[in-house]
Design a protein around this ligand. Sequence first.
Ligand code: PLP
Length: 423
Amino acid sequence: MIDPALVAERFGTPAFVYDLDRVRAARTDLATALPEEFEIFYAVKANPHPDILRELRSVPGKATRAEISSTGELEAALAGGFAGADILYTGPGKTAGEIAEALSAGVRLFSVESLGDLRRIGATAASAGVIAHCLLRINSATSSASTSIRMTGTPSQFGFDSETIPEISDEILSVPATKIDGAHFYSLSNARDEESLVAELLHTIDCAATLQSQLGIAFELLDIGGGFAAPYASIGERPLYSNLGAALRSALDANFGGWREGAPKIAVESGRYLVGDSGDLVTTVVNLKDSRGKRFVVADAGINTFGGMSGLGRLLPVAVRPREDGRPADQKASLVGPLCTPGDMLGRDIALPALEPDDVVVVPNAGAYGPTASLLMFLGRPAPVEIVVRGGEVLGATRLRHTRENVRAIENSALPTEVGASA
Ligand SMILES: *Cc1c(COP(=O)(O)O)cnc(C)c1O
């Protein structure tokens, strides 16, 4: 890690520092934990920085593919060196315009969330004169493990309810300009431990085998999702999954006999595992404030920079990395940001070292869901600096712009003038 005080001095704060060596190590660790035949999709929403995408793309071995769900992520993936053919397009609200843009960039693989979604993909592919390959996203009626963020088993905008498949399979299989290549499950994020992760993925493989026989087709691609964990804004290490590979191999042997020969190909997805520990957030203490017996440490990074979810009531387990000078984290205080909302709280009553204004502190494991999961526009502060390092060397520093300077007028001369008049 680059010295945070130097980062602050040279680039200002708040700043994210992304270490490409750590991205590479995480990608290698995940591939090592999985059967070598597996494909890995990187969930671009975790961090679409082009250098991170390029790094993931360039790790030797089976090429990393990209999982995206917007045209902004499409642009990021293409800029990061992914080809359309490497991309899986997901999401419950794909518009015809987005689908057309993806198709024209060479994307051919879509995760399909409903019949309406499938028909729109088909109609758009037909207009483009191509076939869209589709994975049916499945919202399984059952679950195995009790998990952290469950996305299946309950009513959801994501995926087909698994119990409805037998009655609609004919409709699913007859949509023009589409081909059902297989299934996509994503039932778990940030698994609590290896046991829950393994249990959920084995359960998914079981469900997928049932689904394949209900549909009466041979899957070409089965994306079993993910759930690979990483510490988030707290001190800790990525888990290494030592039992996962063997468990997956035997479950696949039992259910999908040809998988080792690529029939079907098996894929997983990950965002946080691949990039979470590559990032540090460097922030500067601006003010200290005592109020009715509680201490507030006001930093220059708030939910506009990191942990925007905490503004929505989900507080991160924020910790500050122990300082080099050995000051222990023995004070209780709330770490808050500079925004004019009480929701701008990174950590409530957490353990912090004794801090003074101008002290530079580091929130570790902030490489995933940093800027992308934050309220960047709220209150108009500058976006954080993003610094990319490798081997202890700074490769570059950038800052996203989100001010009026960047506004482009949208051509509206085609609108009837009454629209303006009545508005
Ligand atoms: C967000 C998302 C992921 C990545 O989740 P992580 O917890 O970051 O690994 C993977 N797949 C889908 C469909 C997602 O929506």
